[in-house]
Ligand binder design. Structure first.
Ligand SMILES: *[C@@H]1O[C@H](CO)[C@@H](O)[C@H](O)[C@H]1NC(C)=O
Ligand SMILES: *[C@@H]1O[C@H](CO)[C@@H](O)[C@H](O)[C@H]1NC(C)=O
Ligand SMILES: *[C@@H]1O[C@H](CO)[C@@H](O)[C@H](O)[C@H]1NC(C)=O
Length: 486
């Protein structure tokens, strides 16, 4: 009799164990609802169909994850494709249809995102965007199930603050374009700068787009109005406009080591054409004035993809684009040319979105959380660090927004026998170790690491504030004002 007790107990324990592991091992089949813009309505000859250059990235990511024994080993991912035709109403409708068909997540949409993110939040379905640039959706109270892998433009402000701190440029003038794309970003940037202890002495805007040498240069007036109040300018707009500011400051003889300009760029750095950043839109070469001016300039820009890793990635995306369900032929190949199509950074964001989702599901399951609940799953997409398809490390912040990876670019002579000049990478921004940033007082802790030469006009970085202060206030006996205003 006495031996039966333990045996029975062992059988029960064994049964419970089997039940528990069966629950764990139950293979789930997760359907990803992919919203893309790859087709035109009859009669529409304009929609640029961004999906044609990126969609293969979802097949690539899903196939890799399904074959990976370390990521979701017991589960299976599949995806369904919905088309927006570039229309916001269609995008919204497809979001609802995916909810109705019980998709586990929505990857997208392609263009609009605010209403779609609201809908996803009310359905409780996770939505991971590879495109959305809007600022509002960072608010997790209003958009509780929304994550994104394309860094919103304002993310650059944290690296900018780190840069200004690094050179002790704690007083700056901000000049920004009043175009809607830039004015919101400028507001956020100024907020972050102030929170980082940087004094924005003045903020001025220019109207419309400036075409260098074709329209009236708005920077003449802006510089004249502000040069008494700052030495360091931060400029926020289209990079092709910055040449107007630089050439005027050079003409005005401000760029002799006293004044300096920090340009904020919203495109990704293009290593193939470093000259484009300092050349007028229609100029064939860099003129002397611009060559002198840009020695007093540094820019912050989204890091270029890492080669050759990104090339291999692009080749795979290109080939998956030709396979079902997309079957988008390579337009060059159909013309008999053996040229790969241009795969853009959107493909990397799409690929990263699938991985961000898959890793979140993996972690949620490990913690016995419900991966189908977007309100729960979002927590596994916040503050994640990962290797992007771009080839560099990046991470998401407390709002599940990608933080991006930024590069400092400065004037240099390009390699080669011919004397050519452009802006090339000289530094990168890294995360500080926990605790490291406390004394610097940054809300966001980035550290600038400079690895190449910055060609200072003077002895080094100019001082943010002249020795006697602005308008000579610190040395009342010297008439500094008179000396500066020529
Ligand atoms: C997963 O679901 C999709 C769509 O419902 C289906 O086509 C596919 O066969 C399923 N795969 C597995 C392995 O269950
Ligand atoms: C930084 O600049 C401030 C004035 O703008 C100056 O008082 C301070 O000494 C500078 N610090 C360093 C380390 O250069
Ligand atoms: C940006 O990428 C570089 C290269 O991978 C890395 O060293 C750096 O830490 C990254 N910065 C951030 C902020 O993730």
């Amino acid at each position: 009799m006495t031996t039966h007790g333990p045996v029975l107990l062992r059988v029960i324990v064994r049964l419970l164990w089997l039940l528990w592991t069966a629950e764990l091992l139950r293979a789930e089949n997760f359907t990803i609802g992919y919203i893309t813009g790859s087709a035109r309505r009859p009669g529409n000859n304009e929609y640029n169909r961004p999906g044609l250059a990126i969609s293969g990235a979802i097949t690539l990511a899903v196939n890799e994850i399904n074959a990976n024994p370390d990521l979701l080993p017991n589960d299976y991912l599949n995806f369904a494709v919905a088309e927006t035709y570039g229309e916001s109403a269609e995008s919204l409708k497809q979001t609802a249809l995916f909810w109705q068909s019980n998709a586990a997540v929505i990857i997208g949409p392609q263009e609009t995102c605010v209403c779609e993110a609201t809908l996803a939040g009310s359905f409780g379905i996770p939505m991971v965007s590879y495109y959305c640039p809007e600022t509002v959706v960072s608010n997790k109270y209003q958009y509780p199930t929304f994550a994104r892998t394309r860094p919103p433009d304002y993310q650059i402000s944290k690296s900018l603050a780190a840069l200004l701190k690094y050179f002790n440029w704690t007083t700056v003038a901000v000049l920004s374009s009043d175009a809607s794309d830039f004015s919101n970003v400028a507001t956020t940037i100024i907020k972050i700068l102030k929170a980082s202890g940087i004094d924005v002495a003045t903020h001025r805007t220019w109207q419309g787009t400036y075409y260098h040498d074709f329209t009236e240069n708005p920077f003449v007036k802006l510089v004249e109005e502000t040069l008494m109040d700052a030495r360091i300018y931060v400029v926020i707009g289209k990079q092709t406009e910055y040449i107007g500011l630089m050439t005027y400051m050079e003409e005005r003889q401000l760029l002799n080591g006293d004044y300096f300009v920090v340009g904020v760029h919203f495109d990704q750095y293009n290593p193939e054409d470093p000259e484009e950043y300092i050349k007028g839109v229609l100029q064939t070469h860099v003129d002397t004035r611009s060559r002198r001016a840009f020695q007093s300039y540094i820019g912050i820009i989204s890091s270029a993809p890492v080669y050759p890793a990104f090339q291999h990635f692009s080749a795979k995306v290109d080939s998956y684009l030709e396979s079902p369900p997309f079957s988008h032929p390579n337009p060059f190949k159909t013309k008999g040319l053996d040229v790969p199509r241009k795969i853009n950074q959107g493909a990397a964001h799409l690929y990263d979105a699938v991985y961000l989702y898959a890793r979140a599901v993996h972690q949620a399951e490990a913690n016995h959380d419900d991966p189908l609940n977007g309100h729960v799953l979002i927590n596994y997409m916040k503050e994640q660090t990962y290797l992007s398809a771009m080839g560099y490390m990046t991470s998401t912040d407390e709002n599940a927004d990608a933080k991006g990876n930024y590069t400092l670019i400065a004037f240099s002579r390009l390699p080669g026998a011919e004397a050519r000049y452009g802006l090339t990478p000289v530094g990168t921004f890294e995360h500080m170790e926990p605790g490291e940033g406390e004394t610097i007082g940054l809300p966001v802790r980035y550290r600038l690491r400079i690895y190449d030469r910055i060609p200072w006009r003077g002895r080094g970085p100019p001082a943010a504030v002249p020795a006697c202060g602005f308008r000579g206030v610190s040395c009342p006996n010297n008439n500094i004002v008179g000396q500066i205003s020529v």
